[in-house]
Design a protein around this ligand. Structure first.
Ligand code: PNS
Length: 190
């Protein structure tokens, strides 16, 4: 029997911190489902389809690619875990603040389904300070996130903010001069 874990989250977008956690999770579990929550209650930057694609692109060619699968789910996480016949939820912990957020969530999940256990892994030290939110904030302000997110994510963030800056009015504009010329978010005036 293979041991299967579900690694749920918003993944808006996936970061190298998530990948680091997955790599270490695969030392314990045979297979991990990366499960994007459709109703995580936040206003996401990337659509579900974009997030699935970004994760798949980020995993392509990695040695452990075939032990991971990207899915999305609606409703309760424990219901999804039961549906796929898994018994384990995998989550990462960076700091005490994460614990405060995770603890009630894991207790609630246990209350909802006693068969499912939550396993926490400490995030790698190198990525301890990053989150999807902080990554977006840095890119929005013109900073480089190179080495902190997979290359397809870095590219897509650049594209996304370039588009946002050009058009839509309900999105943040890039106002800070760019430190890294590779991350050109604003089209140069010709
Ligand atoms: O990456 P995130 O945003 O911290 O992930 C949060 C997530 C998706 C794990 C959490 O919001 C979740 O499990 N949502 C599904 C709905 C659910 O089951 N809620 C009850 C748990 S308290």
């Amino acid at each position: 029997m293979i041991s299967l874990a579900v690694y749920p989250g918003s993944f808006d977008p996936i970061t190298n911190g998530h990948l680091d956690l997955l790599e270490r999770g695969l030392k314990v579990f045979d297979k991990i489902l990366i499960a994007i929550a459709r109703n995580a209650g936040k206003k996401p930057l990337f659509s579900i389809d974009e997030r699935v694609e970004l994760i798949e692109d980020s995993l392509r060619g990695r040695s452990y690619e075939d032990r991971l699968e990207v899915v999305s789910f609606d409703g309760l996480l424990v219901d999804y875990v039961r549906k796929v016949n898994a018994k384990a939820i995998l989550r990462g912990l960076r700091a005490i603040s994460d614990f405060e957020y995770e603890f009630p969530m894991s207790l609630m999940n246990r209350k909802l389904n006693e068969e499912v256990e939550t396993f926490f892994l400490m995030t790698g030290l190198r990525y301890n300070y990053i989150s999807s939110t902080i990554i977006k904030e840095v890119v929005i302000s013109g900073g480089s996130v190179s080495g902190l997110v997979p290359e397809p994510v870095e590219r897509k963030l650049r594209e996304k903010f370039m588009k946002l800056d050009e058009g839509s009015s309900d999105v943040p504009r890039v106002v800070v001069p760019l430190a890294d010329p590779k991350l050109v978010l604003r089209k140069k005036a010709s």
